[in-house]
Design a protein around this ligand. Structure first.
Ligand code: NIG
Ligand code: FE
Length: 388
């Protein structure tokens, strides 16, 4: 049984309030013991046990690995020209997804896997140790199955998003496409997917269509989550709460009724500030949700259209500057919040028995993640107890 001690940690964020101060469970001058890929001891450095191997964190801060709970990584080609046009004044619309659907359908399995692997590694090197991946650029039975088959090779957190947009061959026949999803796709993608998601928004699927799809998915054993209110205020948040979604994501628009519904539910509110950044949209005031007591997560939404980044420190910096998170709330939301959005209790915190997924920063405090935006502050990333 191999044991590794990480010592000389100036500030350890455990996200376990029973282990240290505040919601972040902060321990100063801390140490960690890793055994068989898991944390087996956490506490003050002076009482740390010895291990076969010792890692010196040299007075740096250690945080849990980021849990990035919302991504679209199975696609081909980028949409740099669309981004450029947007920066010249064009608006973002759901319609751009069709460009990526065409490129993805004509790509080989190897190319799709290579691209998604590249992005997972990019995220891992910036501290993301758990990643969710959606389908949604295939939109045929065959292409959705192969997207999820590829996603499953990279993560257990796979999401069927056949209801991303209505594909061109079903234009004007949206209800027929909804039927294809409910009658054929769901049963055939089931072996490859844990979650089911719908883009419930202006230009995508209506609340009624989304309800039908989520309920059919639930009946087949898939767990619901939802893209809601990215482009316009609608009933997406209410629908998410109604079907018991693990999370409602984007929520760039919300009202007081939405806050009340979320407060009373177990549904997590996931904010994606890099999407607001890349679509030059107004940032929602997440502080209102947090102060009302809603559980909040942060994710990157990596995709070639609305948010082409895998970098969670960038997401944290945006959330703090533009959505009124405190640095503490942003770090918690990008780690523990993401874990709750994926209904996982083994990641997002550093407690005895949790996965030994953590990041040694180059600075002595996590505050620098927002305070020094755009600077690589990731010194070492550890996943399953191994340095990557
Ligand atoms: O989460 N909102 C819907 N889907 C993606 C965008 C996909 C695209 O533009 O290609 C998102 O932002
Ligand atoms: Fe998304």
């Amino acid at each position: 049984m191999s044991q590794t001690v990480v010592k000389n940690i100036s500030l350890l964020v455990t996200n376990n309030p029973s282990l240290g101060k505040t919601e972040l469970g902060l321990i100063e001058n801390a140490a960690l013991l890793i055994e068989d890929g898991k944390i087996s001891w956490v506490g003050a450095g002076e009482s740390a046990p010895t291990g076969e191997k010792t890692i010196d964190a040299a007075g740096k801060a250690v945080i849990p690995g980021f849990v990035d709970s919302h991504n679209h990584l199975i696609f081909a080609k980028d949409r740099a020209a669309e981004f450029s046009a947007r920066m010249k004044g064009e608006a973002y619309s759901a319609g751009g997804i069709a460009t990526t659907v065409a490129a993805t359908r004509s790509a080989s399995d190897d190319d799709l896997l290579a691209n998604a692997t590249r992005l997972v590694h990019e995220g891992l090197h910036s501290g993301t140790t758990t990643v969710e991946i959606k389908s949604g650029y295939g939109l045929t039975v065959k292409d959705e199955i192969r997207s999820l088959d590829i996603a499953k090779q990279l993560t257990d957190e796979t999401t069927f998003l056949g209801a991303h947009v209505v594909p061109s061959e079903y234009q004007g026949k949206a209800d027929e496409y909804v039927e294809l999803i409910c009658e054929q796709m769901i049963t055939q993608v089931k072996p490859y997917a844990k979650w089911i998601d719908v883009f419930c928004d202006k230009g995508a699927f209506t609340t009624e269509q989304a309800r039908k799809i989520l309920l059919a998915g639930k009946a087949a054993g898939l767990l619901p989550r939802l893209h809601a209110n990215q482009l316009a205020q609608g009933d997406g948040i209410a629908l998410g709460v109604e079907v018991g979604a693990a999370s409602v994501d984007h929520i760039s628009h919300f009202n007081n009724d939405d806050i009340e519904l979320l407060k009373k539910s177990k549904t997590v509110a996931t904010f994606l500030p890099a999407a607001e950044f890349s679509t030059r949209s107004n940032y929602p005031d997440a502080r209102r949700m947090i102060e009302a007591g809603v559980t909040v997560a942060l994710a990157s939404d990596c995709n070639p259209g609305s948010s082409y980044t895998t970098n969670m420190p960038f997401v944290i910096a945006l959330a703090v500057r533009e959505m009124f998170f405190t640095p503490e709330q942003a770090l918690w939301s990008a780690t523990k919040g993401g874990a709750l959005a994926l209904q996982r209790d083994d990641v997002g915190h550093l407690s005895v028995g949790s996965r030994a997924d953590f990041v040694i920063l180059k600075e002595s405090s996590y505050i620098h993640l927002a305070y020094r935006p755009g600077v690589n502050l990731i010194d070492e990333v550890w996943q399953h107890g191994k340095r990557i």
